[in-house]
Design a protein around this ligand. Sequence first.
Ligand code: ATP
Length: 354
Amino acid sequence: MKEIKRIGVLTSGGDAPGMNAAVRAVTRLALYKGIEVMGIYNGYQGLIEDNVKPLHERDVSFIINRGGTMLYSARSNDFRTKEGRAKAVENCRKHGIDGIVTIGGDGTFRGAVELTNDGVPCIGIPATIDNDIASTEATIGFDTAMNTVVDLVDKLRDTSESHSRCTVVEGMGREAGDIALQTSIALGAVTAVIREIPTDFDHVIEKMVAARKGGKRNFIIITCEGMGKDYGEELSAMIEARSGIESRFARLAHIQRGGAPTLRDRVLATQMGCAAVENLISGQMKQVMCLRGNNIVAMDIFDALTVDKLMKGKLKPEEEDKIPPNKLYEMKRIVADKQAYKNYLNYIIDHITL
Ligand code: ATP
C-alpha cells in the first residue's frame, strides 16, 4: 500500500450548505497528521483543467459558517470520458496527489469510482440537500435546507391565514421526498405529496373541506420537484377546483440551496470530513461516509450506489442476482428502514394535522 503524503479535496455536483465545513475538517485533520492538502477548484472539471492549489490551515479559516463551497462546483461532461479522466490522472501525478476526498452526491461518487479504477484512490462524503443517498441517515446540507423551507413557508402560512387560502409549495428533492415529508410535520401541512408514498386525494380534500367548515383558514401542502415539472401548479388548481378553497402555488427553488449551515450540518460535515481523512490514510478507498445513529461508518461506494438503486426501484433483477445474499439482506434492510420511517412520518402528518 502506497503511503499517503498528499491528498486532494473537491466539491462536485449541486452545492449544499456544510460543504465548506467538510473541506475545513478534511484540510485541518490532514495537516495535523502531517499530510499536505491540495484544493481542487470546480470539481472534476478543475482537476482536468489543473485548477489545483495547496490549502493551508488559514485558507480554510472562517468558512465553517458559510454556505456554498469555497472550492466551487461544476458538472463535468469531460470527466465522463476516458480522455478527460486521463488528463485528471495526469494532473494528480504532476501534483503528487495520492488520494482525493470527493464531496457531493451520487454522480460525484460514480466519478470517484472511475477515478479510483484509473489509479487515484478516492473516498466520498455525501453532501446534497435532497438527502437522496440511501446508505446514510442524513446528507450534509439536508438539515439546513429543511430549516430554510420552514422559515420561508412559515411566512407563506401567515399570508395564507390572512387571506384564508391554501398554498401548495414545491420544495427541492428530485429522487427523494425527505425535505417535503419532514418539513410538512414542522409546518403543520395538510399533506406531503412525494413519489415514495401515494396520496389519497379524496381523503385530503375531505379533510380540508371538513376543517374549513370547522373554521380553519390556512392550508399548506408541500410537494417536491421529483413529482414533475408543472405538477405543483396543477395540484394547486385541482385542490381549488375540488375543495372550493382558493389555492396558490409557490416554488421555493434554489433559495433552499444557500445560506449558513445549521449546527447539525456543521457537526455532521466535520465528523464526516475527519472520518474520510482517517480512512483514506489507512488505505481505504471507494468508500462513502455514512451516518448511522451517532456514528460515522464507511460503506463501499458501489454498495451505496446499489442501495440507492434499490431505494428508487431501479435495480435490475440481473444486477440483484449478482449480489451475495448476506449483502443483499443488509441492503434491503437499510431500504426497508428508510421506507418504514417515511411511512411513519406520513402517518403522523395524516393523523395530527387538522
Ligand atoms: P447532486 O445529486 O447534488 O446533484 P451529484 O454529485 O449527484 O450531486 P452530478 O452532476 O450527477 O451531481 O455528478 C457530479 C459530477 O460527477 C458530474 O458532473 C461528472 O463530472 C461526475 N460523474 C457523474 N457520473 C459519472 C460517471 N458515471 N463517470 C464519471 N464521472 C461521473
